[in-house]
Design a binder for this molecule. Structure first.
Ligand code: GLN
Length: 488
């Protein structure tokens, strides 16, 4: 079992249930991997060693006593460090919260633990989940296991890199504008953003509250579906949680009678390699029985502009609570109340976060609200309408996840160029749609590419089903980078 990290989460759970491996062996194996490779990748901000070993011991006892075990029994799972685990630090990738001990569990975390998952560590991220490359973490950047000089994507880059390098078999991410799907694509793993409201945001540090969703990273679609069965539940502590029963994810292998929507005009000017990869993914879906139909989503060309007005507006109000009084680090040099607010925010927040607070405050200010914030809201509804219309003639929209494979660390300096990276992922957030990134091949430098399947609201199970059919036909999911081969 010294290569247990190559199993899928479901396979490892089954091995544990059959008694082929103990939970303590599993925890030790993955802790050793994190210890050995964690720093080369920068994927973890904290490792929950003693905690996970205790849990593992309890699970082993439960198993030997024949007590019932949860759906995720014995599976090591990494938690993005913007979600609370009671009693542990939640840094959110920020110096501001370096001493912030969470007083309660995020609902998603609680549900995972109730199903006997092994919470193994907290993963690195762009500060307050703002970024597309993980270079904005206030601690250290994350490297891509496929090529350590490349970024893993962002903002959930730590989670994506950890799964890709098999330092855990499942991870959580949060996706406000693509932060699960884009890093999943860059790191060659599966990443799913559920319908807005499907997973409770309670205990997730808010970024853009009308956009944020928690979702899973995994090496296979079936593993991601297992996490969704666990966390996709309504929650009384989140006012936007959908009052809808938990679903079970039945995955089937064909795409018969499925119409896939191709937004041709919106996708003009793809890079040749991304274009070729996209077309071949469509061919594979066709060979599985799908019919391709052209749809009009031209309006999505405004989605970056709309997203960066709305997301920063929401972030500026959400981050107002970090004032040096209620949460986080208080500036030691402050001499009065005014200075506490002023210095704590100046010293605690990084550059990107400050930039977004300023931009968000500007678009919400009395003189500019109509010109920016309100206009963006109007275009957001037009985007919703366009998707609704598209879903009258198709079951799922197919798009690339990113405009390229993983780029080099330090390569993008221009903030607008960085923001444009999100062009294919933000539309699903603006419209609250479920969307998945599944590995679809490699670019010429052997870096992973992903294909995105976006469904109508509440059709999370269907999206997962289409992704599964595609994955089974390509067998690209679950392919690890050479890095994962490093012992132990
Ligand atoms: N890259 C986007 C941003 O910087 C998305 C972030 C996210 O989804 N958390 O805002």
């Amino acid at each position: 079992m010294n290569r247990m990290h190559y199993l899928s989460a479901i396979e490892l759970r089954d091995a544990f249930l059959k008694g082929e491996v103990t939970a303590q062996n599993i925890a030790q194996h993955f802790l050793k991997r994190i210890e050995k490779h964690g720093s080369a990748l920068g994927a973890f901000l904290s490792v929950l060693g003693p905690r996970v070993l205790l849990k593992a011991e309890a699970l082993d006892k439960k198993r030997t006593h024949g007590k019932p075990l949860g759906k995720l029994a014995g599976i090591p799972i990494a938690i993005k460090d913007n979600m609370h685990i009671a009693g542990e630090i939640t840094t959110c990738g920020s110096k501001f919260l370096k001493n912030y001990k969470a007083p309660f569990d995020a609902t998603a975390v609680r549900l995972l633990e109730e199903e006997d998952a092994l919470l193994i560590g907290k993963t690195n991220l762009d500060e307050f989940a703002m970024g597309s490359s993980n270079e904005n973490s206030a601690y250290f950047p994350v490297n891509n296991p496929w090529n350590l000089t490349r970024v893993p994507g962002g903002s959930s880059g730590g989670s994506a890199a950890a799964i890709s390098a098999r330092l855990a078999l499942l991870a959580t991410g949060s996706d406000t504008g693509g932060s699960i799907r884009q890093p999943a694509s860059f790191c060659g793993v599966v990443g799913f953003k559920p319908t807005y409201g499907r997973v409770s945001r309670y205990g997730l540090v808010a970024f853009g509250s009308s956009l944020d969703q928690i979702g899973p990273f995994a090496t296979t679609v079936a593993d991601a579906a297992l996490v969704m069965e666990t966390i996709g539940r309504s929650c009384p502590y989140d006012a936007t949680s959908l009052d809808f029963p938990a679903e079970s994810y039945k995955l089937t292998q064909d795409l018969k009678d499925i119409k896939i929507g191709i937004p041709n005009r919106f996708l003009e000017n793809l890079r040749p390699e991304v274009q070729a990869n996209y077309l071949s993914a469509i061919d594979i879906m066709r060979s599985l029985g799908a019919t391709a139909v052209e749809i009009d989503l031209d309006i999505l060309k405004y989605s970056i502009a709309v997203y960066y007005v709305l997301a920063t507006a929401e972030a500026s109000t959400n981050l107002a609570r970090f004032d040096g009084i209620r949460y986080g680090v208080r500036s030691p040099s402050a001499k009065n109340l005014e200075q506490i607010y002023d210095f704590s925010r100046k010293e605690g927040f990084g550059r990107e976060v400050k930039k977004r607070i300023m931009l968000g405050t500007f678009v919400l200010s009395a003189g500019f609200q109509d010109a920016y914030y309100k206009k963006a809201q109007k275009i957001r509804s037009l985007i919703l309408d366009a998707f609704e219309k598209a879903y009258e003639i198709c079951d799922a929209v197919i798009m690339p996840v990113a405009t390229s494979g993983a780029f080099a660390a330090g390569a993008i300096h221009d903030p607008v160029e960085m923001y444009l990276q999100d062009i294919f992922t933000v539309p699903a957030n603006l419209a609250g749609l479920p969307a998945i990134s599944v590995p679809s091949g490699f670019d010429s430098e052997h870096l992973p590419l992903g294909i995105q399947i976006i469904g109508p609201q509440m059709c999370d199970v269907s999206v997962m089903r289409y992704a599964y059919a595609y994955e089974q036909a390509t067998r690209l999911a679950g392919v690890p980078p050479a890095f994962a081969d490093e012992e132990p």
